[in-house]
Design a protein around this ligand. Structure first.
Ligand code: IPE
Ligand code: IPE
Ligand code: MG
Length: 244
């Protein structure tokens, strides 16, 4: 796979200026399926296969942190059949052989409140996080039963339990699911929707955003490269002004 050359824009990806952390809102599985006369579950099947493809490409680019929004705290409101299918998908993703064919070792970090999951899924989450905690090829944050607002509330409550009485930005950051990781510098939301839907609200403070009009199962490595080239053309100022 040629990760550097880009067909569409002709601009080359500068491998020295990539984001340290990418967040992806994998939206459009249902619409992708509908377009093809398939069930929504088939859209999720294709979507989660694509998670693996894009994950491998992100690793090959040398990016060390990837966060995938897999299931929001609001997604429980979907029909039971769809939620059940997604839960089975997560069981497969958390099984020991899911990542076995990779030629690198990811550290898996499940972000979100595990308590609402069935016991076996809770066990798998614990097991995979423990088992992969010393891996350092790439961190894969999987957001499951995740909501940005709940994450912040949870962080504050846990800090209070630890006896913290006064808060700083660092204190809150250290109690988030992404503690110790750089904030995402680039957020990709596929499908064309222009919203965050409760994703990484705290961590996105200075992230760059892109909203490709492509349903997630159809989003390719080439599209990822296009997004990254767009990122490299941004002028990130962080509130300051340029020295001329
Ligand atoms: C996103 O795709 C995947 C999850 C929420 C798990 P959707 O299921 O939201 O697909 P659309 O937005 O209905 O097309
Ligand atoms: C956001 O997508 C959540 C995930 C991708 C897991 P949704 O499809 O749930 O978001 P809305 O409902 O369009 O805002
Ligand atoms: Mg959606």
């Amino acid at each position: 796979m040629n990760l550097k050359k880009n067909k569409q824009t002709k601009q080359e990806l500068d491998l020295t200026r990539l984001p340290k952390h990418i967040g992806i809102i994998i939206d459009g599985n249902g619409r992708w399926a509908k377009q093809r006369g398939l069930t929504r579950s088939m859209g999720h099947k294709a979507g989660f296969e694509n998670v693996k493809t894009i994950f491998k490409a992100v690793y090959e680019l040398g990016i060390k942190h990837l966060t995938i929004y897999c299931f929001s705290t609001e997604n429980w409101n979907r029909p039971k059949e769809e939620v059940d299918y997604l839960m089975d998908t997560f069981r497969k993703m958390l099984s020991s052989n899911y990542f076995q064919d990779l030629n690198f070792k990811p550290k898996l970090n499940i972000c979100g409140d595990p308590k609402r999951f069935d016991k076996d899924i809770q066990e798998l989450i614990k097991l995979r996080m423990e088992e992969t905690k010393d891996n350092n090829d790439i961190v894969l944050n999987l957001c499951m039963n995740y909501g940005g607002r709940s994450e912040i509330v949870n962080a504050v409550n846990n800090a209070i339990k630890d006896g913290i009485k006064e808060f700083s930005i660092e204190t809150i950051s250290n109690y988030l699911y992404t503690k110790g990781q750089p904030d995402p510098d680039f957020i990709i939301r596929t499908s064309g929707e222009l919203r965050l839907s409760n994703f990484l609200l705290w961590q996105c403070a200075y992230a760059e955003f892109i909203f490709p009009k492509i349903y997630w199962p159809a989003f390719t490595v080439e599209d990822l490269k296009d997004c990254l080239i767009s990122y490299q053309n941004r002028d990130r100022r962080f509130g300051a002004i340029k020295n001329s």
